[in-house]
Design a protein around this ligand. Sequence first.
Ligand code: ZN
Length: 329
Amino acid sequence: MLSPYIKLKDNCVLCSKLKNSQNDPDFLFDGGHNLYVYKSPFAEKWPGAFMVIFKRHIYEQSEIRPSDLPDTLHSLVCFEKAIRKVTNCKRINLVKFANVAHHLHWHIIPRYQNENFSENCSWELQDKTKEELYKRIDKDFFNKDNPIYNKLIQESLFEIKNRSSPYFGCALFLRPVDLNLRSQYSKYTPDEIIRMARENPNQWECLLMKRNYYDYAWDFIGGNCEINEYPEFGMMREVLEEVGWKIEKYKEVTRQWKMGAIKGFVYLAIPENIQFLEEEPPRIHCEEVQTVKYFNLIQVLNDSLFPDSVRGRISAFLNNKPDFGSIDA
Ligand SMILES: [Zn+2]
């Protein structure tokens, strides 16, 4: 929906296109927070091309508010994915001109296998006829009834709805070094465990996993939330997927920020099965996890073997900081 509070400009052709989208034959769908999607003028020669218009009257990408940037970029990528999937094109041309209409918009143009000038930019080829552009044309390719845009709308909305959430949820598993205390673990509440570990961090250990992908670094068990999934439920789902443990009790201990945005939530977590305290805790096989191991909290804090985000979480936890910033996330 176009919010009635959005300030549009009277004499801007794209602002009036936004305002009159319901009666516009080229309007395709509402692309979420920041974008409306239309059939591009390029679609006449490259069926499937989108024109994506920013929902406020600004001119350049650098005028997008930082809080709107991730959604905008992510949405553009979703549309590109949908176009690639539906059209089976050879490549995508993504362009932002705004030379004529001074309002931020992009064209996402599929380039096809059987083009004669595939190394030229699509905007250089505007004066070519369809017959000149393509080696051969399927008779329905340029047909008005080509169902391509219905499929593109469906696929784009699916991509937007199912894109991953920008947040992660991860679990802090703690165990005391002292075996007597460890044997009584199930008696304690999360608050009591948090208090004891903060009072005596040298006597407590945390469980980390070594990733079996990307950078193979040590990390907390957990992962990215799904869209519309609360981070605590994301944490519980990821723990179940990665080690097979059901979480019985948990409590948020800190939130990780990066460049002005929350990246994730860290929970002290206690699984149903107390075997998680063992030296080699029983766990399910998961491709993403190479191994898991307990480390002393003070060692994690001081050892550059551990990524900045892991040390930052432990430091924030021990210092009772509800929020902390990290260079990696
Ligand atoms: Zn405008």
